[in-house]
Design a protein around this ligand. Structure first.
Ligand code: NAD
Length: 500
């Protein structure tokens, strides 16, 4: 029987009334296993109304109440790591260990939210003028929305809602329609943890649901993570509707390898970061830039390692890499490899013909490695979002830096070297939001913020860390005078207030 995934509004599941559903596929078998309800405008309005109603009390609740619920949620999340990872694997396709990793990184943000009292501490200046004190405080915004991508169905929502609700906001999540089940499990755990009804809501759907969130007058802020064209659209539309927006987009992450690098360590890192999660990570390394004479040796080391990767269903513990999310996406990824030779690339490994016995209808593609890739090739210019690693060659560090900085994307980047001076130069000169030094996927820990530059992020705030608290609160400054009863009345003074 096909499973149905419904909305979560006001603390309970709500059947999709519009009657519109989308298919959810198991990428390993190609079978449609689930139907997900697509929200109409009325259903989105119902979720926003539930969140608005809940805000009346949640916005006034104490920090102690909010963090106590988050601590309970953290314990439930911890106990349910496997259950959530299984839901992710069944709909996304990534291997179980990778799905567990995503839950662990989401949990880091819940940790941060449990300690939100430290971040929400205000500032007080006493006696700024005679008997005058000034306090800066931060207050929640109200109803805020999150719109999230398919590739991290648990972690990316957890980049947003733990901080948003810890700050006193209420939340409406529109997860990816391709793998919606993890978000519903999270909603159930939040409810079990004692979160009042309506504080966290989930509406499933497509553009109809997203557009309603972007224009709804009661939604005060929108957090988005997804591809660059949609991120740009979300930023423009929500901003035009007067909302605060952070919209994180796509990426093309470069790994610069200097001639003095430990080439075995660099090859290990390149293979792990390029092919992990079948390349469907916004922080995946998709372009290695080999500087000087090391190119041939590095490519050979990458090839040796990449060839050994075991591809199979995500729920098989021996699999290291699973299938791609959809058949359409699989074919698109394959097209970059198929066209590569004609564009001047050297095809070292071609994974387009890969199949997995017993899973003939799965969305499989094998490992591809393209060498001597010109910057004009589509395989270099586009975000492929699949297991395709491109290698580019340059003579010097400066040439490599110029190449990386010319990319329209600026999410993550990495340098591999033993030279501290070169690494320091790179961290200051490279135009990207997250830099790894001998670290291929520099996803910041929860208490530092995550975000790219250029076409990888639209808006002023990175996500989580201090930026997250800032994004989900607004500042207020309170100036107070308590006159001494012995003071003579100040009298009328039409001059602009001065401090003395
Ligand atoms: P996507 O942009 O297709 O979808 C993201 C969300 O937007 C989904 O909820 C989807 O339903 C919605 N959406 C899709 N088309 C829309 C439209 N026309 N109008 C309104 N809403 C729409 O992204 P995806 O394919 O789910 O995810 C992969 C992309 O996300 C990659 O580009 C990846 O780099 C990016 N990503 C970025 C980060 C980051 O932190 N920068 C993290 C994860 C993923």
């Amino acid at each position: 029987m096909t499973k149905i995934v419904n909305h979560w509004i006001g603390g309970k599941t709500v059947e999709g009334a519009s009657g519109t559903h989308g298919p959810v596929t198991d990428p390993a078998t190609g079978e449609v296993t689930t139907k997900v309800a697509f929200a109409s405008v009325d259903e989105v309005d119902a979720a926003v109304a539930a969140a608005k109603e809940a805000y009346l009390t949640w916005g006034q609740s104490s920090l102690a109440q909010r963090t106590s619920i988050l601590f309970t949620f953290r314990a439930l999340l911890d106990a349910n790591r496997d259950a959530i990872a299984e839901l992710i694997t069944a709909e996304h396709g990534k291997v179980h260990s990778d799905a567990l990793g995503e839950v662990a990184r989401g949990l880091e943000i819940v940790d941060l939210a449990c300690g939100i009292n430290v971040q929400l501490k205000g500032e007080l200046s006493t006696q700024v003028a005679s008997r005058v004190d000034v306090a800066s405080i931060r207050q929640p915004l109200g109803v805020v929305a999150g719109i999230t991508p398919f590739n991290f169905p648990a972690m990316v929502p957890m980049w947003m809602f733990p901080i948003a609700i810890a700050c006193g906001n209420t939340f409406v999540l529109k997860p990816s329609e391709k793998d919606p089940s993890a978000s519903l499990k999270i909603a159930e755990l939040l409810s079990e943890a004692g979160l009042p009804d309506g504080v966290f809501n989930v509406v499933h759907g497509d553009k109809v649901a997203v557009d309603r969130l972007l224009e709804h007058p009661d939604v005060k802020a929108v957090s988005f993570v997804g591809s660059t064209p949609i991120a740009r659209y979300i930023h423009t539309t929500a901003s035009a509707n007067g909302k605060r927006v952070q919209a994180l987009g796509g990426a093309k992450n470069h790994m610069l390898v200097l001639p003095d690098a430990d080439l075995d360590a660099a090859a290990d890192a390149a293979v792990s970061a390029a092919y992990g999660s079948a390349g469907e990570r916004c922080m995946a390394i998709s372009a290695v830039v080999a500087v000087g004479s090391i190119g041939d040796e590095l490519v050979e080391k990458i090839r040796e390692r990449a060839e050994k990767i075991k591809i199979g269903p995500g729920n098989d513990p021996t699999s290291e890499m699973g299938p791609l999310i959809t058949k359409v996406h699989r074919d698109k990824v394959a097209s970059y490899v198929e066209g590569a030779a004609a564009e001047g690339c050297e095809v070292v490994l071609d994974g387009t013909g890969h199949t997995v016995d017993g899973f003939e209808n799965g969305h499989w593609i094998g490992i591809s490695l393209l060498d001597k890739v010109p910057t004009s090739a589509k395989a270099y210019q586009d975000e492929i979002f699949g297991p395709v690693l491109t290698v580019l060659r340059t003579e010097t560090y400066e040439e490599a830096l110029d190449l990386i900085n010319a990319s329209p994307f600026g999410n993550g980047t990495a340098i591999f070297t033993r030279d501290g001076g070169a690494a320091r130069r790179f961290q200051l000169e490279v135009e990207a939001g997250m830099v790894g030094i001998n670290v291929p996927i520099p996803v910041p820990v929860g208490y530092h913020s995550f975000g790219g530059w250029k076409d990888s992020l639209f808006g002023d705030h990175h996500i989580y860390g201090n930026d997250g608290t800032h994004f989900y609160t607004r500042g207020k400054v309170v100036t107070t005078r308590w006159p001494d009863p012995a003071d003579a009345p100040a009298g009328v003074d039409l001059g602009f207030p001065r401090n003395h």
